[in-house]
Structure formats: C-alpha cells, structure tokens
Design a protein around this ligand. Sequence first.
Ligand SMILES: [Zn+2]
Length: 216
Amino acid sequence: MNIILLGPPGAGKGTQASHLVDDFGMAQLSTGDMLRAARKAGTPLGERVAAVMDSGGLVSDEIVDDLICDKLDSMPDDQGAIFDGYPRTAAQAHSLDKILADRGRTLDFVIELNVDEDALVDRITGRFTCASCGEGYHDRYKLPKVEGVCDNCGSTEFKRRPDDNEETVRTRMAEYRAKTAPILPIYDERGLVRRIDGMQSIDEVTKEIEAIIGKK
Ligand SMILES: [Zn+2]
C-alpha cells in the first residue's frame, strides 16, 4: 500500500499519518523531516542538502527524489509508504511513478483532506496550549474548566503560536492550492483521488481513511 496524503497545514495530516504508522505499520515519508534528518546525518546526500539550504536556494527535485529512493530502499518491500509533502510538482509526480515502478510498487490512493477555509481559520486562530504540559485548548471549543488554570497540570501559564493567525492561515491555504493545483489533475485522471472532509473529528477522519485503505 502506497499513498499520498494531501491537505493544507492545519488539516490534521500529521495526526492521520501517525495513526497509519501505528495501525498499519506504514512508514511516513515526509520530505521536510527527511531533509532535516539527511542534513543532520551528514551523509553525502545530506551535505548536498545543507549546501543548498545554506545558500538559500530551493532543494532540487533531484535531491528530493534521491531522498525518497534512499528511504524506500531502506524499507522492507511489504511495508507501505505514506508520502507527505511530496510530490509538489508535476515533474516530481512523474518521477514518483518511476521510482515506485522501479521497486515493484504502485501508488494506490491519493487521499486529500479537504477543509473549509473559514472554518480552518476559526479552528487555528483560537487554539492555545498549556505552557507547562502542552495540553491543547481552544477559545471557543475547549476552555479550561477553571478559567486560567490547566485542567491537566494546574499550571496558569499558556502560550499561543505566533503563526496561528488569520493572515498566516490564509497565506498557507493559497500556497497549498498553488502547490497541489499541478498534481491533483494527474491523479484525478487516473481515478486515484479520494477526498475526505477534514473538518470532521480526528476519529471520523481516521475511520474514513482506514475504510479507503481497507478496500484495497
Ligand atoms: Zn498543563
């Protein structure tokens, strides 16, 4: 089973990917994480990555493809892959076909978590966490039972992420649309795209994803 997970930041992609890792033993191939890991590992590929990043340039498709190949080659043949943050361009989508075919793998599904932009803004801009234990809260949906005191640990310090604001969320949505616009039609044509309402609860989204994968 090889799938691509698509969705804008805040749609819950990371959470869903970790469920798939836990429940199906799949491996998550997140290009952002892989770039950071390669750099840290200091492999020849990692050194190429570091050189590009330090010069402020964009990591080339070739480097990304090499990372994906290395990762797939390190996995057992029967372990499924979840691609996250990749492919981002039509060229990468075509390389992925070749990379998978060379390894006797096929792409089974492209699962897109759809979100309503206004609802996403509402969800993200209201969230805050306990500065001490990290428990998550929300201005409208989940306030501490006692005002200003964490339910979990009793701390009175909370924090908000500076990028949890409307402008950032809308910019990210626009970037997401621009990035997926070139690749979605490729997979739509092949009948691989499944769309899920990402505004449902985490459990409902998980159930739907697992139903899709289970049908295989
Ligand atoms: Zn706490």
